[in-house]
Design a protein around this ligand. Structure first.
Ligand code: C2E
Ligand code: MG
Ligand code: MG
Length: 713
């Protein structure tokens, strides 16, 4: 093996310029039994083809079958004679290597790599089988060359046939037309594990029960001469119970006049190859470490459960370990592997008769066939979570570990396998997002909401340029004289698909994506331009405009500069602009934010603290803020709507107003919906009111009319 490494090809000698594919090919070549200088280059070619298959759109994993077939002749498993035996070790090691490195080398998703490797193994096994069948046919041909002298052959007088019959490795039997085995050659006796026959026995005595009906039917066709030669795969059962997987060629033997007399049956044992194939299939569909079914088999299981007549309902618990990376990083992968083994064992205990699979590095699944309802799946999930209560004892460490589980269950009649798997994965991501160590059940409504949010998020960039936003303005009314003193600018999104959207639907998304910065600037510019227009029409009677500012905008280093630039550009006097900020905005980076607010106040802009009372609201802290006004959150105002006002809310508002006035701040009450609320707020000393009672938000063009009416009233 060292030889193969040192002969990794000219690229290896050229001083570390090997491509990732060449490096992987060299490592792959080391798995084989022999030293072959050209092997890495041949494997590199196969890897490049695998890379092409993995990257193809659409992805067609079956293309990897040809690669598997060519792997057979690549020399990785030694010479033709060695292949079948060598493959037992080399192929599983190959799968492990390519699974691990395939994703990294080709940048393909792990699911793709696994699917392509499954097909590669299938191709390899098919080629192995074809090759064995071809070799057997050669042997058979030489045997059947005796056909013209079959009668003599039967008499076992011909020396050539006798040699093949008695000394050949191929099993040969002679049977009568009515289905009795008359004689077996030593090779076939050896295969069956019996001595020479002392009397004829029915063919069916030897055949696997599941194959008997088929054999009887084929036997009769042969005897009728339709056709004369027949090939089939057949299972025999030995007296010791071992099942033989064989390829059989049966041919009719005729006498001189052409009348059928016997059947000549040539049997080739391919049990070893079949067992190899089964073992390789196991390797392809099972996780090497825990021996649990892997993701491919999980998907197959779910697919099958959805087939008609299989199950009424299917449930999945998708599980992800919460702290495995920590253990791997801290104590090494060997400890991590031991933990995974222990987890697999506990999962199987907790899941009892249900199928446990390993779907990824630290991901498992419990598959539940025909649960009565989703609650049954939840109970299983809870048992699984309980299984993590005690720490795992591995190599002297007591390791505490938790798991997150996403639960989904659906009737097979209305759902499809992919949907169910996705649902469990989505629920799992919710469980993770909530901090892990819990189970969360899939909720279609929440999912639809998130998908819609995702669609909105995708549409945010460029929406300003496409002119999809607009502003509406809500009156801010002086409680003492009923005059319109200001308006709050509220943004709306005329979404091309989802229709008119309020800020509750998109502001948070815009904040997370950063789109709030250009959007906020557009709001500011538009509001100031509109307010400047009102001043031109109404002069001093024009209202100030109050613009909401997101904490993200406020944290921008040049926010204050942008505001003054907008005021300059629109010609609006600074005292006619009020910026509404929230307490959270100031909490983040206090120094920068306070500096920006200080600069704005110095420039003459009004500042209001929005939604006051819902946050921290510390008095000491409020003193340090350069704000002019407080807006008391609507939730306090709500308690004043009843005939007997909520004494607690009245007291709170009274105290807030007193405190604010002591600090020289103006107070606005939000969400004033009734006359009674307006009266109570006036009594409690609030300065301005905002809410349905004074008017909903409307377009900028309405504002001049509103002002004129409020002056006339
Ligand atoms: P906010 O600043 O507290 O705005 C007041 C919200 O209360 C508005 O909702 C308004 O329509 C609603 N409202 C008004 N009167 C009543 C009433 O009598 N009863 C009730 N229950 N609600 C009333 P809207 O327009 O949906 O805005 C929600 C929030 O979105 C605003 O709360 C503000 O925080 C944010 N927002 C709005 N426009 C912008 C903007 O341009 N930029 C930023 N960053 N945020 C904005
Ligand atoms: Mg506001
Ligand atoms: Mg508010």
């Amino acid at each position: 093996m060292v030889a193969a490494r040192s002969m990794a090809g000219p690229a290896g000698a050229s001083g570390g310029t090997d491509s990732p594919v060449d490096v992987l090919a060299a490592r792959w070549a080391e798995l084989g039994p022999g030293a072959d200088a050209a092997l890495p280059a041949r494997l590199a070619t196969l890897l490049r083809r695998l890379g092409t298959t993995l990257g193809a759109e659409p992805f067609w994993p079956m293309a990897a079958r040809d690669i598997g077939a060519d792997l057979l002749t690549s020399g990785l498993c030694g010479t033709a004679a060695e292949v079948a035996e060598a493959a037992e070790e080399v192929l599983p090691a190959t799968l492990r290597l390519l699974r691990r490195e395939g994703t990294r080398t080709f940048g393909a998703p792990p699911d793709r790599v696994a699917a392509a490797l499954d097909e590669l193994v299938t191709g390899f096994c098919a080629a192995l089988r074809d090759r064995a069948v071809a070799a057997q046919s050669d042997l058979l041909r030489s045997t059947l060359r005796e056909q013209e002298g079959v009668a003599r052959a039967l008499a076992l007088s011909e020396t050539h046939f006798r040699t093949v019959y008695t000394q050949g490795a191929v099993g040969i039997g002679i049977t009568s037309l009515d289905g009795l085995v008359l004689d077996l050659n030593p090779a076939l006796c050896g295969m069956f594990g019996i001595g020479p026959l002392d009397q004829p026995r029915p063919v069916t005595d030897f055949v696997h029960p599941d194959d008997v009906a088929d054999v009887v039917q084929r036997y009769q066709r042969l005897v009728r001469g339709e056709p004369d030669v027949m090939r089939m795969e057949l299972r025999f059962v030995r007296p010791d119970g071992l099942v033989l997987f064989t390829d059989v060629v049966a041919s009719i033997v005729r006498d001189d006049r052409g009348a059928p007399t016997h059947l000549l049956v040539v049997v080739e044992d391919r049990s070893e190859r079949t067992r190899l194939r089964l073992r390789l299939q196991r390797a392809a569909y099972h996780d090497q470490l825990t021996q649990l079914p892997n993701r491919s088999l999980t998907e197959q299981w779910v697919q099958r459960a959805f087939e008609p007549g299989s199950a009424q309902r299917v449930g999945i618990c998708a599980l992800d370990l919460d702290g495995l990376t920590r253990i791997n990083d801290g104590l090494g992968h060997q400890v991590g592997d031991q933990v995974l083994l222990a987890v697999a064992a506990r999962l199987q205990m907790a899941a009892s008769e249900h199928v446990v699979t390993r779907t990824g590095g630290d991901e498992f699944a419990v598959l539940v066939a025909d649960p009565a309802d989703v609650d049954e799946v939840c109970r299983i999930a809870d048992r699984v979570l309980d299984a993590f209560a005690t720490p795992f004892l591995v190599r002297g460490h007591a390791l505490s570990l938790t798991a997150s589980i996403g639960v989904a269950a659906a009737p097979t009649a209305v759902a499809c396998p992919e949907e169910l798997i996705r649902a469990a994965d989505v629920a799992l991501s919710w469980a993770k997002a909530h901090g892990g160590a819990r189970r969360v059940v899939f909720d279609p409504e929440r999912d639809a909401g998130e998908s819609a949010r995702f669609a909105l998020l995708a549409g945010l960039p460029g929406a300003v340029e496409r002119g999809e936003f607009r502003l509406v303005h809500q009156p801010l009314v002086d409680l003492a004289d009923g005059r319109l003193r200001g308006v709050e600018a509220l943004v709306r999104w005329q979404h091309p698909v989802q229709g008119l959207l309020g800020p509750g639907r998109f502001i948070e998304l815009a904040e997370h994506s950063g789109a709030i910065v250009p959007l906020g600037e557009w709001v500011l510019r538009t509001a100031c331009a509109q307010a400047a227009g009102w001043v031109r029409e109404l002069g001093d009677a024009a209202p100030f405009v109050s613009v909401n500012v997101s904490p993200v905008q406020l944290a921008e280093p040049d926010f204050a500069r942008v505001v003054t630039e907008v005021l300059d550009a629109t010609g609006l006097a600074p005292e006619r602009l009020q910026l509404e900020i929230t307490e959270q905005a100031v909490l983040g980076d206090e120094t920068t934010t306070l500096a920006a607010l200080g600069a704005l106040r110095a420039a003459g802009v009004r500042l209001a603290l929005d939604d006051f009372g819902t946050g921290w609201s510390s008095l000491a802290w409020l003193r340090r803020l350069p704000v002019h006004a407080l807006k008391i959150d609507g939730s306090f105002v709500d308690g004043l709507r009843h005939p007997v006002a909520d004494p607690m809310d009245s007291a709170i508002i009274g105290a807030l107003v007193g405190m604010a006035h002591a600090l020289g701040l103006e107070v606005t009450a939000e969400w004033v919906e009734t006359e009674r609320q307006a009266e109570r707020l006036t009594e409690l000393g609030c300065d301005l009111g905002q809410g349905r009672w004074f008017g909903d938000a409307g377009p900028a063009e309405w504002v001049t009319g509103l002002v004129r009416r409020s002056i006339e009233a």
